[in-house]
Design a protein around this ligand. Structure first.
Ligand code: ADP
Ligand code: TRP
Length: 328
């Protein structure tokens, strides 16, 4: 029998999750819990690079856990935990940092993007990919499902695993593969740029009613008049509709765009209905779970325990081969 693949991914608790996170990553995470040994964690150490408000970070951690459980994460199948419950991660991150050329970090696109978006250029942000590499390598992960923007970080992780294995002459770390679903690799935000918390252009997943309507109505479009025919493939609203509608509904709406007499306002209302329907069950489930926070805490506690056990088994030979503990 071949060994079950280890699937791992993380998500930062730095704000409300949005539909870019969902289609780009979370949906795959939930589907993959049936396909291998899945580990999903809340990257709270990573969020410290941009959020220095303890209460908020903690609340976001609970919120992300609620979101995942509501969306179908099954803790019997997948190990779900907080990054900070596994101290072996920061231990490995330091060891990897000693093998990381400064020039490798200087090539980091994500760092440059974040600085450009106004984040403070702290060393944690600069070395963020090293901690991310440790996150992945500490569980001997095989596959990492993420959105397109994480591609470079996974490449850095592979690079660092190779450097460690060569430096210590053995297969101590497993070189992982990324898993990116091309059709949803970059979900656009309300302004047409990549949807991202840092750009303030998100459509939060668990928003509903009036606040959701307000966000959807703010999606930027061109200024074609109501009666003019429109090209659906050039429109932001339609790009989002495609995520939610089945094929026949997509064709029906695309035809209306092309025929004219159908405005962007109409399309936005259609999108509103689709979003409400798509997440209706998850929203109900989330409200139920909010009443049972003890359960939510138990999920994190149990998940942390399992994750630590796996991490410790990977860390032990590393401590020995690096000479941090006696192995002779
Ligand atoms: P944000 O850019 O809003 O801070 P994160 O960096 O926390 O989002 O991303 C969490 C996960 O969601 C990652 O796997 C990322 O690739 C994915 N993701 C984020 N935004 C998008 C998007 N607009 N399209 C596709 N995937 C996305
Ligand atoms: N950098 C990822 C993001 O912003 C979050 C993350 C941290 C992650 N560690 C990871 C993703 C390990 C995959 C694997 O979305």
């Amino acid at each position: 029998m071949t060994k079950k693949k280890t699937i791992l991914s993380g998500i930062q608790p730095s704000g409300k999750l949005h539909i870019g996170n969902y289609f780009g990553a979370i949906r795959q995470h939930i589907a993959m819990q049936d396909q291998g040994d899945a580990f999903y964690f809340i990257a709270n150490y990573h969020s410290l690079t941009s959020l220095n408000d303890g209460k908020k970070l903690y609340q976001n951690t609970i919120d992300v856990t609620l979101d995942y459980l509501a969306l179908g994460l099954n803790p019997e199948k997948a190990t779900f935990f907080a990054q900070s419950d596994v101290p072996q991660v920061t231990e490995l991150a330091w060891i990897l940092a000693t093998l990381t050329p400064v020039s490798l970090m200087e090539k980091g696109v994500s760092y440059k993007d974040k600085i450009a978006a106004g984040l403070s250029p702290n060393i944690g942000l600069f070395t963020y990919p090293i901690l991310q590499a440790a996150d992945i390598l500490i569980y001997h992960s095989d596959v990492v499902p993420v959105g397109e923007d994480q591609k470079q970080n996974i490449e850095i992780c592979r690079d660092l695993a190779g450097k460690f294995n060569r430096a210590y002459d053995g297969e101590f770390l497993i070189i992982p593969e990324e898993y990116i679903v091309k059709s949803v690799a970059v979900v656009p935000g309300t302004d047409g740029r990549k949807m991202s918390k840092s750009y303030k252009n998100t459509i939060p997943m668990f928003e509903e009613g009036k606040p959701l309507k307000k966000v959807l109505m703010s999606i930027e479009t061109d200024s074609k008049a109501l009666e003019e025919p429109k090209d659906p493939e050039k429109d932001n609203v339609f790009a989002l509709i495609k995520l939610f509608a089945d094929e026949s509904k997509q064709t029906e709406i695309a035809d209306k765009y092309r025929a004219g007499g159908y405005g962007y306002g109409h399309a936005k209302l259609e999108l509103l209905e689709l979003v409400e329907e798509y997440f209706a069950d998850a929203r109900e489930k989330r409200k139920e779970l909010e009443q049972d926070l003890n359960y939510v805490m138990d999920v994190l506690t149990e998940g942390g325990k399992k994750a630590r056990e796996r991490a410790e088994s990977v860390m032990e030979p590393i401590r020995e081969v690096t000479g941090l503990v006696r192995n002779f």
